[in-house]
Design a protein around this ligand. Structure first.
Ligand SMILES: CC(C)(COP(=O)(O)OP(=O)(O)OC[C@H]1O[C@@H](n2cnc3c(N)ncnc32)[C@H](O)[C@@H]1OP(=O)(O)O)[C@@H](O)C(=O)NCCC(=O)NCCS
Length: 177
């Protein structure tokens, strides 16, 4: 569990399935993401639980401390094809945007990674049109690598969400494991 001034990042629980599904039903949240059925949404939660158990980290569930409610996820995923490096990612319920929660969770996740994983760098990726997501990457000090743009293989050719851009941040020199 990671605690910040306003948030808790924690393993997923069964009762996160409902608010996570509510996010999947929100067209603003899903504007740059492939749509999910209820079964796919629940399967994503199953994968988060399994990944956290196996690796000790995942895109953790985020709870707003003062209100004790699930507001989304942020954290670090281990490498998996086509992503061959540790990846930071995020998704918040729309009511939680615009308050610095994603940045707070992401900075805590990066801090956790530098302390607990012996990795030289962490990447993030998104669609070029997802300005909120790559805006956060830039606020975190991540750098875009245009030579590493790629088409996401899970998305069909011609899908406007398929072209992806990649950002990377390197371990701060003082933060040795
Ligand atoms: C991407 C996403 C997580 C970004 O969330 P966000 O709330 O915009 O990001 P931040 O936490 O950095 O917050 C920044 C905003 O909070 C404001 N803010 C308010 N209080 C703040 C505080 N205490 N500290 C920092 N920022 C604060 C900033 O001014 C900024 O406002 P702006 O959006 O009007 O410029 C969110 O838009 C989202 O979940 N999108 C849908 C899912 C998605 O696309 N995920 C990424 C897939 S690759």
């Amino acid at each position: 569990m990671i605690e910040t001034s306003r948030l808790i990042l924690r393993p997923w629980r069964d009762d996160d399935r409902e608010p996570f599904w509510a996010m999947a039903c929100d067209s603003l949240v899903m504007e740059y993401l492939p749509p999910l059925t209820r079964a796919e949404s629940d399967a994503a939660v199953d994968r988060m639980i399994a990944t956290e158990r196996e690796h000790g980290h995942v895109f953790w569930a985020i709870e707003h401390k003062a209100e004790s409610n699930f507001i989304g996820f942020c954290g670090i995923l281990p490498p998996r094809p086509p992503v061959l490096e540790y990846e930071i990612g995020w998704r918040l319920a729309h009511h939680a945007w615009g308050q610095g929660f994603a940045r707070e969770a992401a900075e805590a996740s990066l801090g956790w990674a530098w302390e607990n994983l012996s990795v030289p760098a962490i990447i993030a990726m998104t669609n070029l049109a997802n300005t909120r997501s790559w805006g956060l990457m830039e606020r975190l000090g991540m750098i875009r690598h245009p030579n590493e743009d790629f088409d996401h293989p899970a998305l069909a050719e011609g899908d406007p969400l398929r072209p992806h851009i990649l950002y990377r941040i390197h371990r701060p020199s003082a933060a040795a494991v």
